[in-house]
Design a protein around this ligand. Sequence first.
Ligand code: APR
Length: 254
Amino acid sequence: MGTIAAVLGDITRQQVDIIVTAANESLLGGGGVDGAIHRAAGPELAEAGARLAPCLPGRAVATPAFDLAPVRHVIHTVGPVWEDGEQGEDDVLVSCYVESLLLAEELEAGSIAFPAIATGIYGFPAERAAHIAAMTVRSLPIIDEIRLVAFDEQTHALLRDALAEPVEEWCPTCGEKAIPLLFGRPVEEARQAADAGSVALGGCLLPEDGTEPRWQCPRQHRWGESRRDQRRSQVALHDAIAVTLGEDHGRSVP
Ligand code: APR
C-alpha cells in the first residue's frame, strides 16, 4: 500500500510525477494555484490546455508539464464554485479527485500532488473540502504516493486531521459496531482481513433485491447503499487491510 500525506508548501516545488491544478473551464490559467503552476510550467501549458478546453467541473484532463520537469504531467481539474452546499458541490469535488486519480493511473504515475481544490477563489469551505479530499483519496489509493499540498498552516492541519480520522460505523438496528462488507472475489489481503474478523465477505452474488450493502454488524445486519457509504466503507476496508498487514494505514503524516 502506498502513502498518503498532507504536505505544507508550494505545489510547484513538489518532486512528483504529476501535479494537479485547480483550473477553470478554459484551461488558460488564472490566479491562485493555477496561476502559480502556469507561471512555473511556462506559456506552453496554456497552449496545451486551450487544445483540450473546455473542461467541465468535476472532469480532469492531462497535459505535459513543460518547464515543471521533472514533473511529467499537469492534470487540470475544475472544482465546484461553492454556492450553498445544496447544488451538488460535494459530488463535483469528489469527482475532481477520482477523475484525477484514474487519469494518473492511466498515465502510470508513481506519485501525484493535489492542491486544496476549490477552497480559494471558488469559496468551498476548507474543513468540508479537506474531509472530502482525504476520504476520497483514502478510498482510492491507486497511486503509490499521494500528496495533499496545503499552502497555509490551517489547511495543512485540516488535511492532516482528516487523513488521520478513523472511519467508524454503527448498526442502525442494534447499535453494534460495524465492519466493511465486500462482495465479489476478495484480493488476498482482504481475505486475510476477513480471517482477522475486520472485514465481512458477502460472497460473489449481490442480494436479490438489487442493493449492495457496504456495512455488516456482528448480528449480520447489513446496510449502506449510498455513494457516501461506498466511499466510507472503502476507506474502512483499506484501513482494515493495512492493520492486518501491520502497515501504518499508508498515511504517513510528516
Ligand atoms: N501551492 C499550493 N497551493 C496553493 C498555491 C501553491 N503555489 N497557491 C495557492 N494555493 C492554494 C490556495 O491557498 C487554496 O487553498 O490552492 C487552493 C485553491 O485555491 P485557488 O487556486 O483559488 O483554486 P480554486 O478555489 O479551485 O479556484 C479556481 O481560481 O486560479 C483560478 O483559474 C482558476 O478560475 C479558477 C479558480
